[in-house]
Ligand binder design. Structure first.
Ligand code: 4AZ
Length: 840
């Protein structure tokens, strides 16, 4: 007997036996048996196929009225509303169990079904239409489902919103002509909808009707604050009395991070009608960035969809009826010398479909300056150059999207500002300060930027773009120790040829003297090309060996060393989500450097938010309170500076004298923080109190930390991790706000600082730099760590979306002085010692 094997579509191996001629020939009985066998096989196969189709396409969309969870391209759902003409609104229509609801809903469903079935194309795929709610007007909310079999997928592009609306109109009008029933429709909307969002309210599963009143009430996702169920399809229809709108504030909001799986979507409608979506959100929101939305009228729809397996608590929300914001009740005339104004209902999302106008009028001969402290009017699919949906318009220019700094000035003593929101998608909006100024002296004692903002005079012509529009660096006369860029800016001479485009037009990096057979090191020196990637360090900064694809297995000082001692010659191979080491050690210990409370930056402010730097620790010494910073590197270990402990006083080295506070933002609010005592303090044996070389300590906690939204470990970079000059990083701490100040800061501070080239760093520190140190800050001064920040982290956000600690606050000449940047212990150089002491 010969046999053959093949794999069927399900990849299950099956065995088919072929009969040889000899085996076939004599027996008729055997032929009959074979025919019956084949028939039975076909029947079984058909039954299995039918079951699979039912299972995947219809099971979840069955009795409870929820359309199947799978977002099959073959399922097309359109949702919107119908406005009925000349019909008396009956409150009973709001009760989906009433006969009034059933009567009208069934009637409309029939009209819709007839409209679609009349069209030969749509009729082929039409499945059902459902009326989900009524509201004053009389408005009926609907959705319709079409199922396209796999063999007809090519017709999908023909399912357009225009076609659906057109056919529905045609059907509805034909019905009006033919029918004796008195149902007339005067407006139709229908837009694409995620099939997971459609519900049949008469099925009542995870479906809620809420009545908003002026007093606040609450609702929550199922099982909050435990874990919301997977495969949730929940809907809350909220109504308020006529002439009110609805405000919903999500005090707790923690949904899975991937919006493709789980999300909350909110509509300015009772239908999940995309053209009236207010917003769609997932992830976790911190107390400082609460989601609060408002409807344009007395209806609002909230949906919770979950498909992901990640377990999260969900949300808890407050809702209430509030007076409708109209164009008359927003905007206005502002005549004070200074003041503040914001988008309607800020910091709530502004309502959809609203226009507001402000006029700022100041004294004759004066002008107006408007500085936006926050500006967020983002909408999917909007080109921020044209802003065709929501915008703020000033002097003929429309502004939309997200802006970190926006400053505008008037041409006269009057400035008009208009705000427009359309029917779909809203956002936080804006908050702005305005002030009158004298055009002859726009910035008394300061430098006036072209944008209208004022900056400190010392920042003019200092080589840094402080205005944001470079106007402070244009037309400067360069000093002898400065390089004149082609674009008119001046930069310190020692920035020339350092491989960082400091001028912005690259003129400081042109003509840098390396011949065609040479390669330029990070510090500007030239080396022969052939010594690059030869596993020997030829450049002072090792940049010739940093990104070499040398043959695998070759280990240089610049290779990532796997646990099995093999080497990876790739820049920043640690935690880059690519398995470079055969033993996977480059992707080990990567549960770090994330901020569960994702933050949006606060423009102009330097106070950190709670949970923004969850690895930051405050070290309290005896009765003195905070004296040094530290960072969490694991649940048992902290990283800090040796000079906090190795002082002339032996008391500083005693564990009993220290307490570590984690999850803290405000020194006056220690109640919410986790406090730990220390089990051991290990300072680097080579720490030099004269030079601050090897300024590093690891602290073992007596009891492990419990990680949370506000307590998380930072990532430690591999020994070979590269943080190039110019990289923007953040330093945090409760140190003093000024050099020489007596008191530490009560609120945790954050400051953005840049990694400074080692050559420059060595020059400005007058040769005091060792390879265990790095500089970060601005040579123009103004931003820096200061007394009390020591031991705290300097962290950089890397391409793998994780925060890495690059430095430990160590020393500096004063604080924030010009040409005196902060000096930090270089974590990469001390990485092996950290491993040796902590096992991390
Ligand atoms: C300190 O005394 C200190 N400007 C820390 C950092 C800097 C200066 C002083 C850097 O803790």
């Amino acid at each position: 007997m010969n046999s053959a094997r093949y794999d069927n579509e399900n990849n299950h191996a099956e065995r088919v036996d072929f009969l040889t001629n000899r085996e076939k020939s004599p027996a008729k009985k055997r032929t009959t048996g074979l025919v019956i066998g084949v028939l039975l096989g076909v029947l079984v196969l058909a039954a299995v196929t039918a079951f699979l189709i039912w299972f995947f396409l219809f099971k979840d969309g069955g009795a409870d009225g929820t359309i199947s969870k799978q977002r099959s391209a073959a399922l097309q759902v359109f949702s919107g509303h119908l406005k009925l003409k000349d019909m008396q609104y009956d409150q009973k229509l709001e009760d989906t169990t009433s006969t009034e609801f059933s009567g009208l809903a069934d009637n409309l469903q029939e009209i819709m079904a007839a409209a679609y079935k009349k069209d030969p194309f749509l009729a082929k795929y039409y499945t059902k239409s459902v009326i989900t709610a009524f509201s004053e007007g009389v408005i009926a909310y609907h959705w319709t489902q079409f199922d396209i079999p796999p063999e007809h997928l090519e017709v999908l592009p023909e399912f357009t919103e225009e076609l659906i609306q057109k056919k529905l109109w045609a059907g509805v009008q034909a019905h009006g002509r033919l029918s004796r029933q008195n149902i007339q429709i005067r407006e139709i909307t229908a837009s694409y909808t995620d099939p997971r969002m459609t519900r049949d309210p008469r099925a009542q599963e995870c479906f809620f009707r809420l009545e908003a009143e002026p007093v606040m009430q609450t609702f929550q996702s199922p099982d909050f604050p435990l874990i919301y169920p997977a495969k949730s399809r929940c809907q809350w229809q909220i109504r308020a009395p006529e002439n009110n709108s609805i405000s919903v504030r999500f005090n707790k909001f923690h949904i899975e991070d991937d919006c493709a799986n789980d999300f909350v979507s909110i509509y300015d409608s009772l239908s999940p009608d995309n053209s009236q979506a207010i917003t769609e959100k997932c992830g976790q929101r911190p107390p400082s960035n609460i989601l609060q939305v408002v409807s344009s009228s007395n209806i609002l729809l909230v949906n919770l969809i979950s498909d992901g397996e990640v377990q999260r608590p969900g949300f808890s929300a407050e809702y209430k009826a509030i007076p409708i914001t109209t164009s008359e009740s927003c905007g206005g005339l502002l005549t004070n010398v200074t003041g503040q104004f914001s988008s309607p209902l800020y910091p709530s999302f502004y309502p959809p479909a609203l226009d507001c106008n402000w006029t700022i009028q100041v004294g004759a001969g004066q002008k107006v300056r408007v500085e936006f402290l926050l500006f967020r009017m983002k909408e999917p699919g909007v080109d921020t150059r044209t802003c065709h949906k929501d915008y703020v318009e000033v002097l003929g220019t429309k502004y939309c999207g997200e802006r970190s700094s926006l400053s505008l000035t008037s041409t006269t003593n009057k400035l008009d500002i208009s705000f427009h929101s359309d029917e779909s998608y809203t956002d936080k909006g804006f908050i702005a300060n305005y002030s009158a100024y004298d055009p002859a002296n726009p910035c008394p004692g300061q430098f006036p930027c072209a944008s209208g903002t004022c900056i400190a005079k010392a920042l003019h012509c200092d080589g840094w773009n402080d205005c944001g529009d470079r106007s402070d660096e244009i037309g400067c006369k360069c000093d002898t120790d400065q390089f004149a860029c082609d674009n008119g800016m001046c930069k310190p001479n020692y920035w020339v040829c350092d491989r960082v485009n400091d001028c912005g037009d690259n003129s400081d990096e042109k003509h840098c003297g390396c011949g065609s057979s040479e390669w330029r090191c990070g510090d500007g020196t030239c080396i022969p090309k052939e010594v690059m990637c030869d596993t020997k360090k030829d450049c002072e900064d090792g940049s010739d060996e940093a990104s070499c694809e040398v043959s695998p297995g070759i280990c240089s000082d610049y290779s990532f060393r796997c646990d099995d001692k093999s080497c990876v010659n790739k820049v920043n191979a640690d935690c880059d989500r690519v398995d470079d080491c055969a033993d996977g050690s480059d992707e080990k210990g990567c549960d770090c450097g994330i901020r569960p409370y994702k933050q949006s930056r606060i423009v102009g402010g330097q106070n950190a938010e709670l949970g923004e730097w969850p690895w930051q620790v405050s070290l309290h010494f005896m009765a003195r309170g905070h004296v040094c910073g530290a960072s969490i590197i694991s649940d048992r270990w902290l990283l800090s500076a040796a000079h906090c402990f190795k002082t002339s006083s032996p008391e500083n080295h005693l564990t009993a004298n220290w307490k570590a506070f984690s999850g803290l933002q405000d020194q006056a609010k220690q109640a919410g923080a986790a406090v730990r005592t220390l089990k051991s303090i290990i300072t680097h044996p080579s720490y030099n109190p004269m030079t601050y070389d090897y300024d590093i300590a690891v602290l073992e906690l007596s009891e492990p930390l419990k990680f949370s939204n506000t307590i998380q470990p930072v990532c430690l970079p591999a020994r070979t991790h590269v943080f190039p000059p110019g990289l923007p990083c953040w330093v945090t701490g409760w140190g003093t706000l000024r050099e020489g100040a007596q008191k530490i800061s009560q609120q945790l501070q954050k400051a953005e600082v840049k990694i400074i080239n080692d050559t420059v760093c060595n020059v400005v520190t007058e040769g005091q730099l060792t390879s265990r140190m790095l500089c970060s800050g601005f040579l123009s001064g103004g931003v820096d760590a200061c007394q009390g920040d020591s031991g705290g982290p300097l962290v950089c956000f890397e391409d793998n979306a994780k925060w890495y600690q690059v430095g430990i606050v160590s020393w500096g000449e004063g604080c924030a002085r010009r040409n005196k940047p902060g000096v930090y212990s270089r974590v990469t150089k001390l990485r092996d010692w950290i491993s040796e002491k902590t096992g991390l």
